[in-house]
Write a protein that binds this ligand. Structure first.
Ligand code: BGC
Length: 769
């Protein structure tokens, strides 16, 4: 690169750390521009005034600790506030995520931001992670697919996107120092898989490493994660950026593969320069990092300011919120309400007047046009009765409860707004309780006792306990954090202008104790032990037969869909072929609607334990009443594979795999199977510690072992079935057995040589097929 050659050593090193709190450095002499960076997932979070002065430090108020957003959002530039990522995750709609990403990119262009520090795609390992609202799903496939669509949308506008936080930052508790202790298979199949998919599909401009350690090593200094896996295995060409203040040892982190330090750290800049001068960092490594950062400047710096279409974005935000709301219960089809004859409506709950619509922390923005649920409902239904019901979540106010009941008593239908107050779920802290606040629960209890048409509207960033109160109300609409137009979407759904089509991208457990990671969440003594392994989310509930309140993939509609005509592209396949799954979805109800059709792969018994099934395909289909559409989903070898840490690779085993197509993970409508004929040769070599029964795992292995034992004179030539049967249950490992049999004559070294011959023969025979 021409530019790189013209740069002095000092200029190169200076580029590897930011300029102040939120941009890269430029080099004026060479016309290299600075690039502004901004959070976040729901719209750009950008301060009204740029207060950075290199001589006096910078205004930290945008990053300081606020426990509510009030008074803070005014410091930010007004932008369109889109629904949170958890909300959008429930849309299961790639196209929608692409549109939202694109709109956010356009708003970045409007303000002069070249790099967006989003999306966060960490797996939702436990519902009480305080930052759940910034993440998409408990499942790496959907999180990867939707994350990739969002990034492609952002990057279509010329703005660079940052996928974060790489990796295993699944709780907020002591997030800057905690060690996530995760076995290799789990790391690959769950936590890395989402990033792997995104790197392959969306080529994000940046990967932001996370604060935590993984298996003892800070991610910031983890050469294996940042270089061997991310770059060498996955071929990631972009830059790796630190999470803010994540770096402890700049030289170590640089050599591990961390290119750009944020925010600016002049001490570390000096340390880096010194390390290059003294050869602790090679010029080759420095040039690599600098060329990646130069690419950021060339591709995303100095972008021409472009007007954003805010009205259009507001409409998109409303549609996105509507597509993402999940109808959990609708007894007797109480919803939708008739907009022409709404009857007398009571709206109860402060959240109807002061909605909960966005997450706190890095994802906070200043919404341009915040809609209020009460106003949106009035706009359709005319005058309604209103009561606060609660003010402070923790304190039940008897007066307000009585007033709420009285208001409810005067109405035919009650719309009850409850959820999680802002300070219940925040970045930097994990949630303390799975329940909604006491005052919200008491309100539901009091109103549902005296009324039999109660519709609960939930506003919360991540799942809340719905039991036992759900049995006492008629309908529940989970609208998550719907962004500035979420209130409009609520009215659209309640009055049937939009048909609900969101589905849960994370399971809602009955009790928090049922959650897979509950015994060790959020970790202690500096370590999060990921003891549940690969059994995260539905993988766990299904395997343990623990019934949740609502399963993964669940969501009701105002219409009904049937599934038919499942056809697999072939009855057999090999691990180098792809296979098409096709089926029809028909809208057999009376209203137009959208259905999220889900495809799961059901593995056969394998060498390693596996989940009962895993999501490997989905699509959202729009259907008029009576309309039928054909859905086609392509599966390839990775959809059948698991990561075998013994071989250090993805393994496809031969066998019969089920293909389940359904409307949720528990509502499977169609089933078929395909026979996989894997060409992979994976052999678990015998060692002195193998057991006799291991010999029987593979007939070729038993044959080769027998041959060598006979050749060495340990076993007689005429060894028979009875003998083999007898040793099958021998509990003494191979070397100890043979050593006893030969009265110690065979040393371990000699025996290892024999086994090497056995293993060679087996592998050759397997390759020959
Ligand atoms: C967060 C990141 C964010 C950064 C810059 C950090 O504390 O973890 O997600 O992008 O701050 O605001």
């Amino acid at each position: 690169m021409e530019l790189l050659r013209k740069m002095t050593l000092e200029e190169k090193v200076s580029l590897c750390s930011g300029y102040g709190p939120g941009s890269t450095k430029g080099v004026e002499r060479l016309g290299i521009p600075r690039v502004n960076m901004s959070d976040g997932p729901a719209g750009p979070r950008w301060m009204n005034t740029s207060t950075y002065d290199p001589n006096t430090g910078w205004d930290m108020s945008s990053l300081a600790s606020f426990n509510t957003s009030s008074g803070y959002t005014d410091k930010l530039v007004p932008v369109t506030n889109f629904p949170s990522l958890t909300t959008l995750g429930s849309s299961w709609d790639r196209q929608l995520l692409h549109e939202v990403g694109r709109a956010i990119g356009e708003e970045c262009r409007h303000i002069g931001i070249g790099i967006l520090l989003a999306p966060g795609v960490n797996i939702i390992r436990h519902p009480l992670c305080g930052r759940t609202y910034e993440y998409i799903s408990e499942d790496p496939f959907i999180a990867g697919e939707l994350g990739a669509s969002y990034i492609k949308g952002v990057q279509d506008t010329g703005v660079g996107a940052t996928v974060k936080h790489f990796v295993c930052n699944n709780a907020e508790f002591e997030r800057l120092s905690m060690d996530s202790v995760v076995d290799e298979r789990t790391l690959r199949e769950i936590y890395l898989a989402v990033f792997e998919r995104i790197v392959a599909k969306a080529d994000p401009a940046l990967v932001m490493e996370s604060y935590n350690k993984v298996n003892g090593a800070p991610v910031a200094e983890n050469h294996r994660l940042l270089t061997e896996i991310l770059r060498d295995e996955w071929g990631y060409p972009g830059a790796v950026i630190s999470d803010w203040w994540a770096i402890n040892d700049r030289v170590k982190s640089f050599n591990a593969g961390l290119d750009l330090e944020m925010p600016q750290n002049t001490e570390n800049e000096k340390a880096l320069l010194e390390a290059v001068r003294t050869g602790k960092i090679s010029m080759e490594r420095l040039d690599k990092a600098v060329s990646r950062i130069l690419n950021l400047a060339l591709n995303h710096g100095g972008l021409e300011i472009q007007e954003a279409g805010f009205n259009e974005h507001h409409r998109l935000a409303r549609r996105a919120a509507a597509e993402s709301a999940v109808l959990l219960k609708n007894e007797g089809d109480i919803l939708p309400l008739d907009p022409d004859v709404p009857g007398v409506i009571a709206v109860i709950g402060t959240f109807a007047k002061i909605p909960r619509y966005q997450g706190w922390g890095c994802s906070i923005v200043n919404p341009r046009r915040l809609l209020i649920p009460l106003d949106e409902i009035k706009a359709v239904a005319g005058e309604v009765h209103y009561s606060d019901g609660y003010v402070d979540g923790d304190r039940t106010d008897r007066g307000l409860l009585l007033e709420a009941c009285e208001t409810a008593g005067r109405a035919e239908t009650v719309l009850l707004f409850v959820g999680l107050p802002e300070d219940y779920e925040t970045e930097t802290h994990d949630r303390a309780d799975f329940n909604m606040p006491e005052a919200h629960l008491r309100l539901i209890e009091a109103v549902s006792r005296i009324h039999d048409r109660v519709i609960v509207i939930l506003q919360n960033g991540s799942a809340v306990a719905v039991e036992p109160w759900i049995d006492s109300v008629e309908a529940v609409l989970e609208v998550w954090l719907g962004g500035e137009a979420g209130a409009g979407a609520v009215a659209d759904i309640l009055f049937g202008r939009e048909i609900p089509s969101g589905k849960l991208a994370s399971t809602i457990p009955r009790r928090i104790e049922d959650a897979p990671a509950s015994l060790g969440f959020p970790g202690e003594n500096g370590r999060h032990i990921y003891g549940e392994g690969i059994y995260v989310g539905y993988r766990y509930y299904e395997k343990r037969k623990v019934e949740p309140s609502f399963p993964f993939g669940f969501g009701l509609s105002y219409t009904r869909f049937t599934y038919s005509d499942l056809i697999l592209g072939s009855e057999t396949m090999t691990d180098i072929e792809t296979m098409t799954v096709s089926f029809n979805v028909t809208n057999v109800g009376e209203k137009p609607g959208k259905e999220v059709a889900q495809v799961y792969v059901v593995p056969p018994d394998s060498r390693l334990r596996r989940p009962l099934k895993e999501l490997k395909g989905f699509t959202k289909v729009t259907l008029e009443p009576g309309e039928r559409k054909k859905v086609r989903i392509e599966l390839d070898w990775r959809d059948f594979a698991y990561y075998d840490d013994f071989f250090g690779k993805w393994v496809v085993e031969s066998g019969v795999y089920g293909i389940s197509v359904g409307s949720s993970s528990t509502d499977i409508r169609l089933e078929a199977s395909v026979e996989m004929d894997s060409h992979q040769v994976n052999y678990t070599p015998l060692t002195g510690e193998s057991y006799c029964y291991n010999l029987f795992a593979n007939p070729l292995q038993l044959e080769a072992f027998k041959e060598v034992m006979v050749e060495k004179g340990v076993w007689p030539v005429d060894i028979d079935e009875d003998f083999l049967d007898a040793i099958k249950h021998n509990f003494i490992p191979l070397y100890k057995s043979i050593s006893r049999q030969t009265k110690g004559k065979v040393t371990r070294e000699v025996f290892d040589g024999w086994l090497a011959a056995v293993n060679r023969r087996v592998l050759e025979a397997m390759k020959e097929g």
